[in-house]
Design a protein around this ligand. Sequence first.
Ligand code: GDP
Length: 296
Amino acid sequence: MASALSDRLSKLVKSMRGQARITETNVQDMMREVRMALLEADVALPVVRDFINRVKEKALGQEVVGSLNPGQVLVGIVHKELAATMGEGVADINLAVQPPAVILMAGLQGAGKTTTTAKLAKHLIERRKKKVLTVSADVYRPAAIEQLKTVTKQAGADWFPSRPEDKPRDIALAALDHARRHLFDVLLVDTAGRLAIDEALMAEIRELHAALNPIETLFVVDAMQGQDAVNTAKAFKDALPLTGVVLTKLDGDSRGGAALSVRQITGAPIKFAGVSEKIDGLEVFDADRHAGRVLG
Ligand code: GDP
């Protein structure tokens, strides 16, 4: 954990050395620095405020034991709360259902849904030994259907063809029927996205959700959106019962503040992180490690 400490926090920790207890001033000083660190990491302001309040509550009255100094204790509380907010432990894909388990992918266009669908297919094949089928319900962009076909092949999964003239719901149900008849364990449904949230898109994905009854509804969001991810997350959370989040393009985002905002807004665990464009660029999200990164 010490390696995760920024210079600014280290300085504060040192200045509190020798004190036997945490004072209100200590908490205030520390919270000022944490607030700055979170804002620099592009965490949304209301999320920062909430977080600081929770930490303050925990920190005041906390006893300092043994050889630790108040600064170290405070940093420990901050780190722990940060990791807890982003989700403790690891949360893999839930497949506890009569197969085929349906996984619905939701998110804006460009968030990385299609890429992530293939990455997940590979993950489920290699790590969970599952037979995986993918289908695209994006009837607006034939190129997206072709893209899914290509990356599905790379993943070693099967791909169900969709005709752009069909309705998304009919395509998805045909794929589900195919998955049942051919004993697939998992059906991954890639969906259409828009560059901005719009009602038609939300109505369509809600209809897909109702028809498919997926065990997982994953919100795919670009980490580089920073605090702008908040509005997208809100819209998708209001439209769908999200069961998890995939944070993509973490490799291009040095501070990772979106994780905290998205987790807090959706209440859904961040299950995976996209860390490259490549098919194997998917990691199980590690909240503890990410907490260090956000603190900077
Ligand atoms: P979709 O419109 O939501 O289906 O998004 P795509 O899957 O087509 O991805 C949009 C772009 O983001 C593509 O150029 C992907 O290669 C890229 N991309 C997706 N995930 C990641 C990631 O984790 N890291 C990086 N660096 N690029 C990614």
